[in-house]
Design a protein around this ligand. Structure first.
Ligand code: ZN
Length: 115
């Protein structure tokens, strides 16, 4: 239905995790986004926005797109979690981000090659 973009259920998952602002989901009609600057503006590191690990500030857990748009890196100084983007869908799971905390950007594998 929306080739190249995240499925609607993925976006709803992000909303339930507090990663995505639901008003923005309505604004885009459900799911027409690919990983773009727009999406980057509203995605946040799940570790840094949730529960006991929430970072201080109005807008913690901002992400930076690196490696030709294949990885997202949390910008919080003491976080360093990295999230792969597979088939245009960011894998915004804390468990996934945890795996790459100590991996240098230059050493990150191709997300498509991850299992
Ligand atoms: Zn983070």
């Amino acid at each position: 239905m929306f080739p190249g973009g995240p499925a609607a259920h993925e976006l709803r998952f992000w909303v339930t995790r507090g990663i995505l602002d639901p008003t923005l989901l309505d604004a885009c009609g459900g799911a027409t986004m690919t990983v773009s600057q727009d999406l980057l503006e509203i995605l946040r590191c799940p570790y840094c926005v949730s529960g006991d690990t929430r970072k201080p500030g109005d807008d913690p857990g901002r992400l930076e797109l690196v490696r030709d748009g294949e990885w997202l890196i949390c910008q919080e100084p003491d976080c360093g979690r990295k999230y792969p983007i597979r088939e245009d869908i960011p894998v915004m799971l804390i468990e996934e981000g945890d795996k790459w905390v100590s991996t240098q950007v230059g050493d990150l594998p191709e997300p498509g090659a991850l299992v």
